[in-house]
Design a protein around this ligand. Structure first.
Ligand SMILES: [Zn+2]
Length: 95
């Protein structure tokens, strides 16, 4: 049986998904998804692949969290202090 992490990798090969999609498809908590993503991101390098991230973005002012290194959701926008943040999405691509 494939591991949970392998299932997430398969999903990321197929399409662009966000952490909520992954948590719902695999019935795990969103927080767990972020832990797996961090690990997957580090391990892909060895296989000549990388995790492509379309970063979190503020729906109020358009601020893009492109320098964010953590995977979990930002609480609010540093620019306008708004709390409506679009989810980051992820997919796996060849380097
Ligand atoms: Zn903003």
């Amino acid at each position: 049986m494939p591991t949970l992490r392998q299932l997430i990798i398969d999903l990321l090969h197929d399409e662009m998904v966000n952490a909520i999609d992954i948590s719902q498809i695999l019935s795990i908590r969103e927080k767990e998804v972020y832990d797996h993503l961090a690990h997957i991101s580090r391990s892909l390098n060895a296989k000549g692949e990388k995790l492509l991230i379309d970063p979190y973005c503020c729906l109020n002012c358009g601020f893009v969290f492109k320098d964010r290194h953590r995977f979990n959701r930002p609480g609010r926008c540093p620019q306008c202090k708004g709390g409506h943040i679009r989810m980051a999405t992820y997919t796996i691509v060849n380097k």
